[in-house]
Design a protein around this ligand. Structure first.
Ligand code: IPM
Ligand code: MG
Length: 386
């Protein structure tokens, strides 16, 4: 039997659950010792990675320092030096056992992986896909929010027209296995299974319905390709089944090719989108382009109530590495999502407001590389929190 206590500490709602027999305590879903209940301290893993990853992550951590001062919590941060560079230099691979070691944290702030000297995709699969798979981070949450009119590249559309959130399934699809290229010459065949399981679809679709219900428009669009890839009919079936539990959420279903067209022509029709791993990957890059570019897009790789990973959508951008010119807004946005995940909702919202105000006022000059120094953007956001 669980006893649930809801208390507010420093304006934060904390849901504390105590197991009646074992005395085990969780706070907002996380297992906690007694001293933590009052002190609000959080354990975070930091993986800067490659290229611009470490510098944008450092910028986000400055914003985290400011949030802690303002909202009265603390974090202990453990750095993990996982990168393609350490693979190239020392042959070091990241294993599932290494990733398992991250379960002691509440969340992971992640930078980027990718080094032109490393073989394509090897370390990305080990680390990014490894984290998603090993920690079963089945939701990839990708908000597509235009913070200012000048960031919207579409003619005759303004910031109010682009405000959607994509729930990308994050553990199945063509991403689960590496597949194989077999045969030689003209007999070569490249093959990889596109695999979906009922529980895998159900849990992400249910998450998306809950999310859609919590947003003002209460609309959920399923994106698939069930006309050509007929096995995706299973997504449609489950979408309708689970949708029956959410009569207050408006339902729409759309093929992915049409979705790319409508995202450009009529983005205002989208609110919450749920989709497969591969299609989610593709449409969220388009989504990032609708709100200013990859420099601003943030994402959360989430398992509700368990350690989850937050990252900018952009990659390591080696050509800008070490110059201090990359925009840290994707990483700072990821930090805002991380804070909400660990129960510091107020801090997360304040960071997002600071990004929006900074862009609208012009104190943040842009989101493309070189618009402003990385550390200056961090300062603008951090000062807004003071
Ligand atoms: C993303 C990336 C990754 C993906 C790559 C780096 C493996 O594009 O997070 O969107 O395909 O998921
Ligand atoms: Mg991608």
């Amino acid at each position: 039997m669980q006893r649930v206590i809801r208390i507010a500490i420093g304006c934060q709602l904390r849901v504390i659950e105590m197991h009646a027999t074992t005395g085990e305590r969780t706070v907002n879903g996380f297992l906690r010792g007694l001293p933590d209940l009052m002190a609000r301290s959080h354990s975070i893993a930091v993986i800067g990675g490659d290229g611009i990853g470490p510098e944008v992550t450092r910028a986000a951590l400055r914003v985290l320092d400011a949030s802690e001062r303002r909202f009265g919590f603390s974090t202990s941060r453990e750095e993990y030096k996982w990168s393609s560079a350490s693979y190239v230099e020392f042959g070091q691979r990241v294993t599932a056992a290494d990733i398992d070691g991250l379960r002691k944290h509440e969340a992971i702030l992640f930078g980027a992986i990718g080094d032109p000297r490393a073989p394509r995709g090897v370390v990305e699969r080990d680390v990014i896909l490894g984290l998603r798979r090993t920690l079963d981070l089945f939701v990839n949450l990708r908000p597509i929010v235009a913070y200012d009119d000048r960031l919207v590249p579409l003619k005759a559309k303004t910031a109010k027209d682009v405000d959607m959130i994509v729930v990308r399934e994050n553990t199945e699809d063509v991403y689960t296995q590496t597949g194989a290229i077999t045969g030689t010459g003209r007999d070569q065949v490249a093959e990889v299974p596109m695999r979906f399981t009922r529980p895998g679809i159900e849990r992400v679709v249910r998450y998306a319905f809950e999310l859609a219900r919590s947003r003002p428009r209460r609309k959920l669009t399923l994106v698939d390709k069930a006309n050509a890839i007929t096995v995706q009919q299973l997504w449609r079936d489950i979408f309708d089944e689970i949708g029956a539990d959410f009569p207050d959420v408006e339902r729409d279903a759309m093929y992915v090719d049409a979705t790319t067209m409508w995202m450009v022509q009529k983005p205002e029709q989208f609110d919450t989108i749920v989709t497969t791993n591969l299609f989610g990957d593709i449409i969220t890059d388009l989504g990032a382009a609708l709100v200013g570019g990859l420099g601003i897009a943030a994402s959360g790789n989430i398992h509700p109530g368990a350690v989850s990973m937050f990252e900018p959508i952009h990659g390591s951008a080696p050509k800008y590495a070490g110059q201090g010119v990359a925009s840290p807004l994707g990483s700072i946005g990821a930090l805002a999502m991380l804070l909400r995940h660990i129960g510091e909702r107020e801090a997360g919202d304040a960071i997002e407001n600071a990004i929006r105000d900074g862009l609208r006022s012009g104190r943040i000059k842009g989101v493309e590389a070189g618009a402003q120094k990385t550390s200056d953007v961090a300062d603008v956001v951090a000062h807004a929190l003071d």
